[in-house]
Each structure stands twice: as structure tokens, then as C-alpha cells.
Design a protein around this ligand. Sequence first.
Ligand SMILES: CC(C)(COP(=O)(O)OP(=O)(O)OC[C@H]1O[C@@H](n2cnc3c(N)ncnc32)[C@H](O)[C@@H]1OP(=O)(O)O)[C@@H](O)C(=O)NCCC(=O)NCCS
Length: 191
Amino acid sequence: MWAAFRAARRSLGGRSTRSLGRTFDAMVEIVPVAEDLAASYRECLDVVAREKRYLAQIEALPLERIQGFVRESVATDAVQFMAVQGRRVVGWADIFPAWAHAVSHCGSLGMGILPAYRGQGIGRRLLQACIAKAQAKGITRIELEVRADNERAISLYKSLGFKQEAVKRNAMRFDGVYFDALQMSLLQSAA
Ligand SMILES: CC(C)(COP(=O)(O)OP(=O)(O)OC[C@H]1O[C@@H](n2cnc3c(N)ncnc32)[C@H](O)[C@@H]1OP(=O)(O)O)[C@@H](O)C(=O)NCCC(=O)NCCS
């Protein structure tokens, strides 16, 4: 289906569907995390988690935990961006550094977009904002784990320079079914 979409876009010279996407996502802004977004961020995270397909967590943490987490992100100027329509969060991406000295140049990426907003370039914009800020803050290795059948996410990561490092077998389990996960990374020197 994605191949058909790409072929259709190619046959339109790559412009018409792209500009349609832009018209829609022009209304979606990428902004740094802010405390007033905490509840909406939680709702967005909860929707993606409850799909039980993409994230390790299957529901969002309670609001007070999320509010505390967001407060700390704001206070530390963390690498965490939100895609917002008005003040409604429709997606997020973050890169948090490891705390221990020898791995403090490494950051872990997490992201998600509400189903209705996927495939419109919002993930790419969020990820580009995160990569730029993470690298500016001295994170030279960005790493992630992604379910091996998550084609859209893998395609996005590869298109921004991430390379596969390993396959973690049976790394995730949803309702008793195991799934492999890929470990991927982006090194600043290779970006
Ligand atoms: C993965 C995710 C964050 C990507 O964000 P997105 O906004 O949907 O992605 P984009 O529209 O920016 O797409 C970027 C690239 O992905 C690829 N892509 C998009 N849709 C695709 C699909 N259905 N199949 C395969 N590749 C696809 C394309 O290469 C596209 O690049 P292009 O615009 O040059 O063609 C989003 O789909 C999502 O939230 N998925 C569920 C949660 C999730 O998987 N989180 C990541 C866990 S590791």
C-alpha cells in the first residue's frame, strides 16, 4: 500500500500529494515541550500506547507522573518536542541522555504520532528538531529500538541516517505474541 502511495506521488511529480500534506500539516507546529501541554501529551501517548503495537508501554503513566516528568524536561531544557495543533498534542519525540559518565554522549529516542496524523511528514519534522538539539547538546550517538515489522518508523529512521546494528530476538511481547526488535543508531560523525 505504501509502495502504491509512493508510486502515485511519483506519477504526480511528487508535488500534488506533498502539497496536500503540507496544507494539512501546515497547521501542525513543532514546539519545545511546555508545562501546559502535559495533559494533552499524556492523552496522545496513551492513544499510541494502547495500540499495543509500537511502544513498550501499553498505557500512559498517571497525569501527576507525566506532569512531573514534563516539569523536569522544561527545567533541564531537555530534547523533547511536541507536534501541536493549537495546544492539542498530536505527536511527540524526545531524546534523553544516559546519565553515567562513559555513556553520557548517548541518547535514547522515543516518538509517536496520533494515527490520523501519520504519513504527513510530522514525524520527520519532530525527529529533525530532536536530532539538531541533541547534537547541539553534545549527544553524538542517538540510539533506539523499534519493532522489526514497524516499516514506517524504520523507513523514517533510515532516511535520516540511522543504521541498523542488531536484531533483538523476541524483544517485545504483546498478548503473548513475541516480536523481534531492531537496534539502530545515528552517529554524529556519520550524519
Ligand atoms: C513512526 C512515526 C513516528 C513516523 O512519523 P510519521 O509522521 O508517520 O512519518 P512521516 O510522515 O514523517 O514519514 C517519514 C518517512 O517515513 C516513510 N513512510 C511514511 N509512511 C510510510 C509507510 N506507511 N510505510 C513505510 N514507510 C513510510 C517515508 O520514507 C517517509 O519519508 P518521505 O516523506 O520522504 O516519503 C509514526 O508513524 C508513528 O507514530 N507510528 C506509531 C508509533 C511508533 O511507531 N513510534 C516509534 C516507535 S520506535
